[in-house]
Design a protein around this ligand. Sequence first.
Ligand SMILES: Cc1ncc(COP(=O)(O)O)c(C=O)c1O
Length: 396
Amino acid sequence: MTKDTFLDNAGPNTRLAHIGYNPRDYHGFVNPPVVHASTVLFPDCSAMERREQKYTYGTRGTTTTDALCDALNELEGSAGTVLVPSGLAAISIPFLAYLSAGDHALIVDSVYEPCRHFCNTMLTRLGVEVEYYDPEIGAGIESLIRPNTKLVHTEAPGSNTMEMQDIRAISDAAHRHDCVVTMDNTWATPLYFRPLDFGADVSIHATTKYPSGHSDIVMGSVSANAKHWSALLAAHGAMGICGAPDDSYQILRGLRTMGVRLDHHQKSALAIAQWLESRDDVAKVLHPALPSFPGHEIWKRDFKGASGVFSFVLKVDEQAQFKARSHAFLDARKIFGLGYSWGGYESLAVPVNLTDRTIRKAPGEGPVIRLQIGLEDVADLKRDLEAGFAAAAAAK
Ligand SMILES: Cc1ncc(COP(=O)(O)O)c(C=O)c1O
């Protein structure tokens, strides 16, 4: 049995520790070398003309970027992966790969907001018609598909409000009309959900989040099935938007420990979500692993776990108090940081702005606060949140 065959049948943490690079390929060093490159030399003109060597130029990949792409292909079950400089580029590049002027794209209404901005500005300017749909539409997506619909974009759970999507039902409907289905799979990571196994064609990641795990890298990846890989690779090559070798090295390094980190994030986040749910000053908790959450059954059926990001609605009597109460809650923090992004080792909390939504509007009971539960001890995080609740109750 070769190492690769052994790994095919291994558990997730064993796979994470060994995929993507074989130390025997580089003198036994456990980690791959970081290859910095623009120029790659050819032995002669004939080799150059035929491009008959694996590496040809820095933008087209190096052994370091390939190690990460190979690891991500293993995890996603994809035919190919491209690396890009941010999670946002991991959304915009496939859209540019698969859409042309005159096409229609269906985008989930609970999408990561900068994706909406890209769609409403650049995609629209390039002549693509964009329509937002209800995240819980399921097979009903078929009624929105037009002759010119070419792409259906999904994200589950949805950003900030965490709506679940039936990816299998959406993909089956979309494929009956030959649409490509893309999924932003950043929250679950391929450890907890594999979009291609549920019919999606393309899996998108902000590797900035859990794969990095330390809030110090911005990077994205796009993994496609065999049918949609060549168009993705062509667009990536045409645009010259590539992942850097140092960042690739760091993301591969992060993947090695992602399983154990996620396990910790999952347990702590669920403990805090349950604790929040029991409080009178919380109107509701938006976490797919809670049985009370509307999308829970889909999560339980399709996902293998939950990561550390979820939201809750602070209970507030009058709309006029939403902002003051949420700011008082957040400004009382000592451990939770106030800042964007998530997936790092440290906890974060942010006020959620849902004014961009066209279908799934903000809840009426109070302001939405998103938490990223880091690797700190749960008792300390609860203590920090307690102080927030006390400050919110005292706010005018
Ligand atoms: C769901 C989701 N997708 C994509 C991104 C974009 O990632 P990046 O910050 O690397 O551009 C984010 C960032 O917060 C995100 O939450």
